[in-house]
Design a binder for this molecule. Structure first.
Ligand SMILES: Nc1ncnc2c1ncn2[C@@H]1O[C@H](COP(=O)(O)OP(=O)(O)OP(=O)(O)O)[C@@H](O)[C@H]1O
Ligand SMILES: [Mg+2]
Length: 156
């Protein structure tokens, strides 16, 4: 199975999930697309993963700047938010996104649904949905063998 789902009843449980995920990606890196409504918990997850791999800078939402990058951990972390680009703009950076999928780095992309097509390189899709109160469901799907293995690792 390359699917994994976890209901996190509060932020503390999301932190535990983020730490487990961080351990699986911190050596080789990974390209991750985050989906979910406004306020679902996409940026919250990125912050927790970044902290878990050792980013010491303050991690903030890149909604207005489109890309934030962090170089204080053992591998670089890039965090895109494509919300403000919408469809036309996303097309202009597809090639750039591919470059961010290569090499040893962690790249998160929020609001990739504005891109027209499926991402044509290996990546993990995380869908975040509201449950009740502070509960959020994080659903992971891996595309490509390395990413499938990472998602399998979460299930173990
Ligand atoms: N279990 C939980 N997991 C994650 N976040 C939670 C949880 N419970 C409460 N929260 C809160 O939900 C909010 C999620 O906001 P966040 O900025 O991560 O949303 P987002 O999905 O990035 O939205 P946007 O589309 O606006 O970028 C945060 O304030 C966070 O503290
Ligand atoms: Mg966000």
């Amino acid at each position: 199975m390359s699917n994994y789902e976890k209901v996190c009843k509060n932020l503390e449980q999301t932190k535990e999930l983020a730490a487990r995920f961080a351990r699986l990606i911190e050596d080789k890196g990974c390209f991750i697309n985050l989906y979910g409504e406004i306020g679902a918990g996409k940026t919250a997850f990125v912050k927790l993963v970044a902290a878990a791999i050792g980013v010491t800078e303050k991690v903030t939402s890149p909604s207005f700047v489109i890309l934030n990058e962090y170089h204080s951990a053992k591998i670089p972390v890039y965090h895109f938010d494509l919300y403000r680009l919408e469809n036309e703009g996303v097309k202009t950076i597809t090639d750039e996104l591919r470059e961010y999928s290569e090499g040893r780095q962690i790249t998160f992309v929020e609001w990739a649904e504005f891109s027209q097509n499926e991402i044509p390189f290996d990546h993990i899709k995380i869908n975040v949905t509201y449950d009740e109160n502070e509960a959020r469901k994080y659903s992971f799907v891996g595309f490509g063998q390395d990413c499938i293995n990472i998602v399998r690792g979460l299930a173990q």
